[in-house]
Structures are given as structure tokens and as C-alpha cells.
Design a protein around this ligand. Structure first.
Ligand code: FES
Ligand SMILES: [Fe+2]
Length: 339
């Protein structure tokens, strides 16, 4: 029998999933600031209005197509100006609000009818700002949100029990589903990450938009073997909250956002309990973060090169990949991947 791989296919022939995705941390966008960003295979501009609201619209001006994320003259080298609730196009000064309507043309005596009628002229995206993150809803067919992202109390800025965010970012050359599968792949922990044995899966529940997993681990430490737990709750394909307990309680916002269908950006924010009211650095807490970061580097060696098999050759002891893919598949529109 001939065994062949179709090399004309993309490595992971899956379309981009819809859902809520982190695009920035809240601290990365000041009042009156705008930035160009690229996600979902789309050039976008994000801006914070003078009233403090965050808005995301397509990057290209409805007038003649200038990019709204790059300023000119006194704004050269940074983004376009924000005036009140609007962003100002650098090319001819038209102003657009966060709903993509043109609110002002500085030099026209008569407005074009579509402007006068207040029509939406630029696509806009739903935004939520929670957990110190700016989240954007993406759906390829521009369908309104079908679920909401969860508030994580430990990650709220005003909470005094949990410390400051320690943030790390990776660019990963694969489709997000491949990264997500890591959470149900119990066997790889030993081989890729060198953990002691294979973690014991205590729970793996697939809800409507959420997934809830609990792994029990054994950690060799200078104080002997300590049992720990890794609890992992995902809301859609983009947002996960992972809680590590046992040695030093650590909460991780593990957010994944598609830049293109085979390029994901991982934004990981670690939060640990404060000690005497202060964020701790050094010691066992940092060792745990360093360990999780090196696991990420190890996974990336595999992810950035492997191919996706629609029908992998699974064996007893493998994780619940079929259930995972069925759950994940609800977020992937039935259409060919664009590459
Ligand atoms: S291209 Fe934006 S105002 Fe002309
Ligand atoms: Fe892994």
C-alpha cells in the first residue's frame, strides 16, 4: 500500500475559528491613543476615545482607503489622532466613530448621502474590556456574539489579593486548534516536557462554549514529591484560565489569537498571590513561571512543524481528542482554509 502525504495542502487545513480574542492588554492603550493591529487576516485599527471606551474597526478609510492606524505630521511615527469619540483619517481629515460611521468631513459643504444618513461605512468589531485585557469578537460572517467572555476576579486590577500581571508573548506558526489540543494530550507531558509520569486526568467536560479539565500531577521537589492540580477552563477557542495549585498558587490567562489561519499569537499573563500586599518576584513563584514558559518553547518545536491529521492513529491512553475536536469544531465555519 502506498502511504503518502498530500504536500499541496496547508499543514493545517482548517479555517479560523470565531470567538472572543485578546488583542492588547488594557495598559497598552491610553485615552486618546490609536494603534494599527493585524488579527484575523485583517488590518485593523484600535483606539481609545476620550470617554475611555475602546473601539476596533477595519483599518482602511471609507473615503479613499488610507490606513487609519498611521498618523501624519505631528502624529508621524505614531497612530492617527483621536478627537473626542472619533478617529481622524490622516489623509483628508474625515472622522469616524467606533461604529464605523463618518461623523465629520471638515471641508465638504454637502455630505455624501451615505454619510448624511449615518450609514456604517467601515466594519466594526464588538469589544469587551475585562481582566486587564482588551477582547475582540471575531466572526468571519460578522455575526454578533453568541456567548460572553468570563470575568476572572483574580485578574481584575482592583483586587488586592492577587499581584500584578507578568506577561509573555509568543508567535506560533500553526493553527490555534493544534495548540488547544495540548490541554487534552496527557501523554505528551512526559515526552515533550519531561514530567514525572503521565498526569492523571480527573475531569474533562465539554460544555456549550466552555471546556473544563482537571489534571493531577506529581512534582519532584527538594522537599519530596508534591501532588498538584492543573485546572483548565476554556471559553471558546481564544480564552483559557489555567489554575496551578500545590506548590505556589498561580493563575494563568492563556489567550490565543489568530493572526492568520496558520499563525497564532499566544498572550500569557501569570498572576500569583500577593505576600504582605506586594507582588512577589523570585523564589518558587518565578520558578513555576519559568517552567511553564519552557514548556511552551518545547511545545512550539512540535507545533510549528507538525501536520494536522484529520484521522490520527489513536491508541488506548491517548486523551479525548475526538471529543475535543467535536467541541472545537463548533467554532470553525465549514469552509476551506485560506492560506
Ligand atoms: S482617505 Fe481618509 S479622509 Fe480621505
Ligand atoms: Fe505541552
Amino acid at each position: 500500500m502506498m502511504i503518502a502525504t498530500d504536500r499541496t495542502l496547508p499543514r493545517v487545513p482548517l479555517a479560523m475559528p470565531f470567538g472572543w480574542y485578546q488583542v492588547l492588554y488594557s495598559s497598552e492603550l491610553a485615552v486618546g491613543e490609536a494603534k494599527p493591529i493585524t488579527y484575523f487576516d485583517t488590518d485593523l485599527v484600535i483606539f481609545r476615545t476620550e470617554s475611555g471606551l475602546t473601539k476596533v474597526i477595519d483599518a482602511y478609510c471609507a473615503h479613499m482607503g488610507a490606513h487609519l492606524g498611521y498618523g501624519i505630521r505631528e502624529h508621524a511615527g505614531s497612530a492617527a489622532a483621536v478627537v473626542g469619540e472619533n478617529i481622524v483619517c490622516p489623509f483628508h481629515g474625515w472622522q469616524f466613530n467606533g461604529e464605523g460611521q463618518c461623523k465629520h468631513i471638515p471641508y465638504a459643504k454637502n455630505l455624501p448621502p451615505r454619510v448624511a444618513r449615518g450609514e456604517q461605512l467601515i466594519r466594526s468589531y464588538p469589544v469587551r474590556e475585562i481582566n486587564q485585557c482588551i477582547l475582540v469578537w471575531y466572526h468571519p460572517d460578522d455575526i454578533d456574539p453568541t456567548f460572553e467572555p468570563p470575568v476572572v476576579p483574580e485578574a481584575e486590577l482592583d483586587n488586592d489579593e492577587w499581584g500584578d500581571i507578568k506577561a509573555f508573548t509568543w508567535e506560533i506558526s500553526t493553527h490555534m486548534q493544534e495548540i488547544g489540543e495540548n490541554a487534552v494530550d496527557a501523554a505528551h507531558f512526559h515526552f515533550v516536557h519531561g514530567t514525572d509520569g503521565i498526569p492523571d486526568v480527573q475531569k474533562q467536560e465539554f460544555g456549550e462554549f466552555t471546556r473544563h479539565g482537571l489534571l493531577k500531577t506529581r512534582n519532584e521537589t527538594p522537599r519530596g514529591v508534591i501532588e498538584g492540580f492543573i485546572e483548565n477552563i476554556s471559553t471558546g477557542p481564544g480564552l483559557s484560565v489555567i489554575k496551578f495549585s500545590g506548590i505556589c498558587d498561580t493563575l494563568l490567562l492563556a489567550n490565543l489569537t489568530p493572526v492568520h489561519s496558520e499563525h497564532a499569537r499566544a498572550m500569557y499573563a501569570f498572576i500569583q498571590k500577593k505576600v504582605n500586599g506586594e507582588t512577589v518576584s523570585g523564589g518558587i513563584g518565578d520558578a513555576i513561571i519559568a517552567n511553564i514558559r519552557s514548556q511552551m518553547e518545547e511545545d512550539i518545536i512540535i507545533w510549528s512543524r507538525k501536520r494536522y491529521y484529520e484521522k490520527p492513529l489513536l491508541c488506548d491512553g491517548d486523551g479525548p481528542f475526538a471529543k475535543f475536536r467535536k467541541w472545537y469544531g463548533q467554532f470553525i465555519p465549514d469552509r476551506p482554509a485560506q492560506n
